[in-house]
Write a protein that binds this ligand. Structure first.
Ligand code: SF4
Ligand code: SF4
Length: 377
């Protein structure tokens, strides 16, 4: 196992993500026997970082992970869990949630604690002084119940900037969705660079984009498989992450013992991409995205022509994410922070925007399609 130095700790470069554990009849029905085997294998093969959260598996992930880690010496592994700020009704309830989390995980302290999923939907509340949830966690760190405090983010650049402006000096790490496909598509490159400016190391989530990068479509695989012949698409995605020096821990949500074994194999030694491989992979990623998305350059020429005052580039950006992912939560989450009159369905189909778009995008048609997809999901 590769280890990374972080404030005197040796963290396994691969972290065990406990959001996709094996289950039975429902998401909350975790297969404990299989999970125990996975945790045992992970620990005996060098993983020492375990990442869970209040909401994973209907709240049962923390309980099950805590239960099976308990049999090991507490100094041999690191627990990370999170404050559920993605659900606005939890805002202002940091104390009761935190105490309950310690109880669920049978722990006296957390090694790593994150303000979960800072995004457009909750940034106002995260920054609103009436709630004090982040301040509460800062106090827990001072009291020794949290060893290291950070946050995870699914929001756009603007949201990330706003959170960092207020809390950047308090945050010790940030968990971001990074993979070669999102490097430009979701501006992971810009977010990564911003965190470097704050001297905040990155923890990676979704390195395989929920498994999407392990099973590329034939037209996508053609460009990707020749980059480093002989290795799998999964391995290539992990090697991309290993090429980013500010990344300390890469989390993979594992669902079977086989996946744990396979992923550990990719972290036995570092084999980062060279500059030519990196260039080819990012080109291939561009091709994958361009094939399925509208080419909005966010020039904003169209915006002043819209009688409904829609944020057209933002909506098209969310459309791209939603369409490429075949659904998912990111676009609905960002849209939930916008008023009813700013949704794709508020488009009047007048066509004024399309008439000035240098990319000749069928904006009303795209927004209508987006509204339809959202209604279905
Ligand atoms: S077609 Fe829709 S998005 Fe375009 S200007 Fe008219 S209302 Fe705005
Ligand atoms: S004019 Fe076209 S490219 Fe420019 S922001 Fe509007 S939709 Fe995007």
């Amino acid at each position: 196992m590769i280890y990374r130095d972080f404030k005197g700790l040796k963290l396994s470069a691969l972290g065990f993500g406990a959001m996709r554990l094996p289950t039975g009849s429902s998401d909350g029905d975790i297969n404990e026997a299989e999970t125990e085997k996975m945790i045992d294998y992970a620990i005996s093969h060098g993983i020492n970082y375990f990442d869970t959260a209040w909401g994973y598996h209907d709240g049962n992930s923390e309980t099950v992970v805590g239960k099976y880690l308990k049999k090991y010496d507490r100094s041999k592994y690191y627990i990370a869990t999170k404050f559920p700020g993605y659900d606005l009704k939890n805002m202002g309830h940091a104390a009761e949630i935190f105490e309950k989390q310690l109880e669920k995980m049978q722990a006296n302290y957390f090694d790593f604690y994150l303000m979960h999923n800072v995004c457009e939907l909750n940034i106002e509340q995260y920054l609103d002084p009436q709630y004090q949830d982040t301040e509460y966690m800062i106090a827990q760190r001072a009291a020794g119940k949290i060893k290291h405090l950070g946050f995870s983010a699914h929001g756009d650049m603007e949201t990330l900037k706003r959170f960092l402006e207020k809390y950047g000096s308090e945050m010790e790490f940030c968990q971001l969705q990074i993979n070669y496909l999102d490097w430009e598509f979701q501006e992971a490159d810009r977010k990564y660079k911003l965190l470097e400016k704050y001297n905040i190391p990155v923890w990676v989530m979704e390195p395989l984009r929920g498994g999407r990068l392990c099973e590329l479509k034939p037209y996508e695989a053609e460009a990707v498989d020749k980059i480093r012949p002989g290795i799998s698409q999964t391995e290539l995605a992990f090697r991309f992450i290993q090429s980013l020096p500010n990344v300390k821990v890469t989390l993979s949500g594992m669902s079977s013992l086989e996946q744990v074994q396979q992923n550990i194999g990719f972290f036995e030694e570092e084999k980062p991409l060279n500059s030519e491989e990196m260039k080819q992979l990012l080109e291939a990623a561009k091709g994958m995205v361009n094939n399925k998305t509208v080419p909005c350059t966010a020039c904003h020429y169209c915006v002043s022509h819209c009688p409904a005052e829609l944020d057209i580039p933002k909506l098209l950006n969310l459309y791209n994410e939603h369409y490429f992912t075949d659904g998912g939560f990111i676009a609905p989450m960002a849209l939930a922070a916008m008023g009813e009159d700013k949704q794709p369905s508020a488009c009047l189909s007048c066509g004024s925007c399309a008439a000035v778009c240098p990319q000749r995008i069928d904006i009303p048609g795209t927004l209508a399609k987006f509204a339809e997809m959202l209604a279905k999901h």
